[in-house]
Write a new protein. Structure first.
Length: 352
């Protein structure tokens, strides 16, 4: 394994995968978790069949633009941050054998406040509120393992050894940020996992050469978000985008609920919301009066005649138990955490 560090301005717009002049397959570090078939499509020059739409490009650019904001927030919180010069970014390239290299630009290096001794790689991510909550609760190795693989490559590329690394994340909805430290021994493991994953692609390359028509296996299926956002979706899974639309059609065709009926339901919902709001305000006012009255009595509990029966008015104390997920994530490996913190997905309809 050899490493080189260089400065290149095209680093932000490089393809996820390409063949270098000497035939080496170069993978962008931010793409090490991508579908290997998609990487192959890109490296071998297949035509993009499903380009990103404008909204998704805007989201991507907004995420990139917010990275310096997170780094400045870390500095204000006492971190000693050395950000990459975005006009002249520092590129780390790691050679992993005769035909494979991984390269990318490091967001920053940073030393934690007070107890930090040596610089760590800081990988900055921006996430929506749900993804942010998932990351904080489960830890990056479970919620977004590709971000840990990416930063592990930077760590080895920059320091030639495993070190603690830092994933700093901004919640773009609530504009709050936090960080997670991945200990060095788990960085080493993430690096091994990512190397094994890319090693299979390197083996495919060794056996088949850069043949655009001999494709690696698919890593995902049409239901996965990776496929739904894949720029080669129609080449890889022709018709799957159309199938998805077709699945949605029967409900509309069946005419079970017309637009007018939905509109009327929304108005009903709005009216009910207004009534509920008024009731909640009345309830809060009444409880406030009762709280004041109980305090005046100098009691924890008292009896009062209600409309239909005598009621007890009393203070109830409840205790909430919080789990410090950041500490839990730092102490335990992802497998142990998976036995402690489990996921339950529920679905509800939101009208906003
Ligand atoms: S459509 Fe899915 S399986 Fe096919 S290349 Fe893209 S991500 Fe991979």
């Amino acid at each position: 394994m050899t490493t080189t560090i260089e400065n290149k301005t095209d680093v932000y717009s490089r393809p996820n995968a390409r063949f270098g002049d000497d035939g080496t397959l170069e993978i962008r570090a931010s793409a090490v978790g991508n579908c290997r078939r998609a990487l192959w499509y890109e490296a071998t020059g297949h035509q993009v069949t499903n380009p990103r739409d404008d909204d998704s490009l805007t989201m991507l650019e907004a995420g990139n633009a917010l990275e310096p904001v997170v780094l400045r927030a870390m500095q204000r919180a006492g971190w000693d941050i050395t950000p990459t010069d975005r006009d002249n970014p520092r590129m780390v390239s790691l050679r992993l054998g005769p035909t494979l290299a991984v390269s990318g630009h490091v967001d920053a290096a940073g030393v934690a406040p007070i107890f930090g001794l040596e610089p760590s790689i800081v990988e900055v991510k921006t996430r929506g509120p749900e993804a942010y909550k998932k990351w904080r609760t489960l830890g990056a190795e479970r919620s977004h393992p590709e971000s840990v693989w990416q930063a592990a490559f930077y760590t080895y590329g920059a320091f030639e050894e495993a070190r603690d690394l830092v994933i700093a994340t901004l919640d773009t909805g609530n504009r709050v940020w936090d960080y997670e430290v991945i200990p060095a021994r788990r960085v080493e493991r993430a690096f091994d996992q990512a190397c094994a994953r890319l090693g299979e692609l390197a083996a495919h390359h060794l056996v088949n050469g850069p043949d655009p028509y001999v494709l690696p296996e698919r890593d995902f299926t049409a239901d996965d978000w990776q496929c739904k956002r894949c720029p080669f979706l129609n080449a890889c899974l022709p018709g799957s985008a159309a199938v998805e639309e077709a699945e949605d059609e029967p409900a509309v065709d069946a005419g079970l609920v017309t637009d007018d009926e939905a509109q009327a339901a929304l108005r009903e919902y709005e009216q009910a919301q207004e009534m509920l709001k008024a009731i909640e305000e009345d309830k809060a006012w009444a409880l406030g009066m009762l709280r004041t009255w109980l305090k005046q009595q100098g009691k924890e509990k008292a009896r009062l005649e209600g409309r239909e029966k005598t009621r007890t008015v009393g203070k109830v104390k409840s205790t909430r138990y919080n789990v410090n997920h950041k500490r839990l994530n730092a102490l335990l490996d992802p497998e142990t955490r998976a036995t402690i913190v489990t996921e339950n997905v529920s679905e509800y309809l939101r009208v906003s």
